[in-house]
Design a protein around this ligand. Sequence first.
Ligand code: SF4
Length: 909
Amino acid sequence: MTIPIQSSSAASQETRSTCCYCGVGCGVIIESQAGQITGVRGDPHHPANHGRLCSKGSTLHLTAAAHVQMQTRLLHPLFRKERGAALQPLDWGTALDTLATRLSATREEHGPDAIGIYVSGQLLTEDYYVFNKLAKGVLGTNNIDSNSRLCMSSAVAGYKSTLGADAPPACYEDIAHADTIVIAGSNLANAHPILMRRLEDVRNARPEQKLIVVDPRVSETAALADLHLQLLPGTDIALFNGLLHVLLWDGQVDTAFINEHTEGFAPLRERVRDCTPRETARITGLCQEDILCAAKWWGQSKSVLSLYCQGLNQSSSGTANNAALINLHLATGQIGRPGAGPLSLTGQPNAMGGREVGGMANLLSAHRDLASAQDRAEVAQFWGIPQVPARPGKTAVEMFEAAADGAIKLLWIVCTNPAHSMPNQNLVRAALQRAEYVVLQEAYANTATATYADLLLPAATWGEKEGTVTNSERRISRVRAAVLPVGQAKPDWQIAVDVAHRLGAAKLMPYTTPEQIWLEHRNSTRGRDLDITGMSWPMLDKAGPQQWPMPNGATSGRARLYTDGVFATPNGKAQFVDTAHQGVAEPRDARYPFSLNTGRLRDQWHGMSRTGNLGRLYGQTNEPQVLMHAQDMARLGIADGQLARLSTRRGEQILVANASATVAAMQVFAPMHWDINVLTLPTYCPKSKQPELKHSAVHIEPANLSWNLSALAWLPAHCALSVRHKLQELCKPLVYASCVPFGHEPDALGRLGLQLRLAHHEPAGAEVIDAIRTALGLSGTGLLQYQDRQRGQQRVLRIEQNHLLAFCLSGQFDDQEQLRSLLLSKQELQGNGRTLLLPGATPTQPRSPQICTCLNVSQAQIETVLPRISGTAAQRLAGLQGALGCGTQCGSCVPQLKLLIQTSPMAKH
Ligand code: SF4
């Protein structure tokens, strides 16, 4: 079948491409008009999503709206004369010359390893390829690592140590074939929503399919499980070893498979001899019955598929966590068949592509290893250079530690935001300050890392770039440009090539198109486990996405690996790994008694440089938040919605505390999207070097900040996001500052909502408050004002034509939510609105989170309707969808709807 890449009419154009968020790798059709992206919808021909998109993917076009681009994108190169000075524009030629000169000078003065390049799983495969070649082949350093180190390196090491190659053996179709699905360390509903939709379809069609979820938290995914193993953080290996013990005891292992296709089972069998259900229950905190039940379902199922992600990977024992789960598959022969096998889920859209081209400190092109002299020699010959340096490169945490120590002088950061995403932020920010020269190549102007950059290079982004990405099931998809890059932005590969040319490496980097780069990458895979020599660029264009391997002569890619029981090890046998329970790197103690777990929200993506510009994506959670058990909050004297101070051995952070039944006592959960990495620790898995972002020991207390400010305003869309950035900068010195857009935008009057919440030990200065008010349109004439000096309260409102347009409350107050809903509702006010000036005149109502982002349906609306709907859970869901429409569009909120149905009683008639 030939799938049209682009179609156009006089008025509009449609371009097939891929979503730029998670590793599901959904196909999208981008609609554009006159050089502007106007819409996006799921690509019905793409095998990853068959036309569906989640709440993030379906709003991609809104992130590319002109008013968003003009206020948030980096439009031309910028530089600082000196640290702390204002950024100034410069032309591309000078910017590239400057960077090339600095790279040469650093290399000459301090050696090539004084340079560190930190790239991203957001890059396309072709970007990754040229940056890897630039570092290892031109600059002569292996100091190139990716933020995929924070995401997938334990999965890489887990696969290599057991199956022999970094190749996920299963595929998405296996979700439909599996009799039992084990989801471990993954909140699929939030992190990979379209796979969750696939799983929901299967569970509707085959209710007998069993779902086991392994997670310390009652996540949206865990809540839907047939069996939720709510284990203690860091006890995954103990659980997997315990399951193997029971499987052995019950005679449920596949001895023939073990004998024929594996080696190394004896020490593992010895290891798990003592992992009795009782001992496993003691370590994991689970009950023995649940452990026995999980083992029984695994052992008696014809096919078991495991899906796993950061809960296993982001751990100081990440590689062993992965290996312990893969051990179970090998011991039971649950691999290489439809519905069977381990399938790691990639967090980022192209973590896989980066691994394929060797874009990490310990890897080389086409799954070669830097540590192997033979692999280095092969790559050197392939590139036509004398040698690839043998010195190990610095991985992510090591790179920033080296910069903090002064060993790395020049950091070139590409398409990532380490001043937000790396653990132990205080050290990372010190490293960025100490580095002599920091280059940031970015699409967005205002990321946290931009503050530290000496040179900013504007990069093209989604909708503007050409190339390929590989998703979690080894499927390579084309990424296509629908419009030209905004401003002077350039594709990332182009910037790397331009710098290489200035370094005298034009012959090594002769590329003028991404296709030329991909063809070189393709050739490097010949004879390797990921051989793609049977694919071509026109094939990807005409026939659509393809799975690797697909060697020359093959007519299609391979859906599953190891179907013949031959693994990618030298003797073809898979290797059991003797995995021992290790626990977390930082156990809780009397000073730091809580266990902090981190994870994703449904509607936000990583540091929110893109999703954070849309008000509708804050409907579910609109402030930096920590979820706590209600009993813990009561014991600590923290009321729901109050600010709490979280501190670890590395730093502290103020977050809004919300009571939640989803976390166990003495455990708390904070979304990763806000600035929580001041708390997390950089300790990493010794094999994968992936840091333990998932767990840290934390102390919690009420923040006790006496001064507060809450302000909301409707602002013209063309300036609201600029105002937001200005306010964020202005309020940085305050202990707590949150400023986000709100509402579905822009509204009929072309406005965006902006919400600001501040808290501090003492009142902010009059200049700061004046500046805030001016920015929010609360200065000049036509205001309603009230000041209560005794209570230290100030209230300022702007009301026009009987509608509340903006308000700012400062001091002590408790009616902000009522004013907020009044402002959001755009309701006409009764009278002249003067009563709103009176503190307490409007009753306080808690904010009701938005559940359905597409149709803007709140939890309160759902809870009002639900008691009137009777029947089975499926009938009530259908009734709810019929009544309010929620969950009928992208479907991302269906897991939350099911949860609300579970907890909402039916009215008695
Ligand atoms: Fe994008 Fe959502 Fe698909 Fe992930 S699941 S690729 S975020 S549309």
